[in-house]
Write a protein that binds this ligand. Sequence first.
Ligand code: TYD
Ligand code: MG
Length: 453
Amino acid sequence: MVRDRTVHRCQQCGFAGPKPGTCPDCRRATGELVALVEERQEPAARGARRPAGISRPVRLRDVVTEPDDRMPTGIGELDRVLGGGVVRGSLVLIGGDPGIGKSTLLLQTARALARTAPPVLYVSAEESAPQVKLRAERLGLAGEDLLLWAETDLDAVLAELDAVKPRALVVDSIQTVFLPALESAPGSVAQVRECGARLMTMAKGRGIATFLVGHVTKEGALAGPRVLEHLVDTVLYFEGDQHHAYRILRAIKNRFGSTNEIGVFEMTSGGLADVADAAAFFLAQRPTDAPGSVVVPSLEGTRPLLLELQALVGRASFGTPRRTVEGADYNRVCLMLAVLEKRAGVPIGTQDVFVNVAGGGRVVEPAADLAILIAAASSYLERPVAPDVVVLGEVGLTGEVRAVSGIEPRLRAAAQLGFRAAVVPRGNVDGAPPLRVTGVTTVTEAVAVLLGG
Ligand code: TYD
Ligand code: MG
């Protein structure tokens, strides 16, 4: 029987079927109609397979582990997210919006690794060598002993590894390199998947720590190839706001560490700088004694970040009152305003309300509920919250204040930054808190305690 070697593949989720049309998986998941793209099945897939009989099953207790297979990259915040350095032979994918600083981060990482674990090869498939050099000069690392190669042909790169023998490899980006044997264009699912698989085999086989850059679509998915996320060992997302200097590196998947850590960087004129003192980062320039400003000790993974929530409440001039929210969840804010009106009797329904997290920060956890509500009440009542108080608590629809997790690190971070008091859910008051703690059970009580009756 002659097999038809044509498949129709979804460029969004990787679904492949024999018939043309739209993708059934995407239709089911999002209702979106995504056209399938015809694709010849590539015989080159066989090239990635290893000959049989090289490895055999072994007893778990006979498996030899090498204790020292982690290399610190020398970039503190990156090491923290990776779990203490990059593991030899691992494949790390760094995703993020264009212009967020992926190339900058990896160039700095490559430079740092070139000092501790040379040689390091940086393959730039997006920018020419002079362009990369210009960036390197900007970062003050022009004379570094780092191998740079502007090349898009992945076969050529893999063939050169024998001669170069790098201990770390950067491929910037996976969507612009290609394998000439495949017919599809660079960036297509077939190319990305196959390039990813080849790099994986290479990284594991040679023990090279490999970093891949991946582009992210507007919706926040790695463009096209979700397949890559399953293949690689570690997926990191680099995110932030183009208009603010801070960047957060988040682990979405990590086979060699926790996904609870985040790295915080600041984009400076000399490249990315570690922000080791992240807890306080967003509090710079905080006004004191201003109505509508409340500090919440939020938790990003295991890392406390103190964020300033700001609200501005004013009478709506006409029509439906406006609600504008930056850095927090819009629906959550509307819910808090409804609870504030109904349960605490603050008539905010006819007012315009603007809520913002200062410094471009972002808070999505319910632990910030009470702080949102108090910020709005504080602005409405024109009464400031004492500047040395932090506010914490999840708010339910009946106006009850519910306990939150991780109270201890949150309060410790607040105390370290000079806060002296905290208003928290009653259910969280125990142990020996590092600052003066007041427990509240309802929003009415919280408004009374913080803003006075
Ligand atoms: P880049 O690393 O090219 O982003 P990506 O690879 O994710 O597309 O970063 C580009 C942005 O970073 C650019 O807008 C300029 C800014 N930048 C600085 O602010 N300082 C620097 O030292 C460098 C190198 C870049
Ligand atoms: Mg780039």
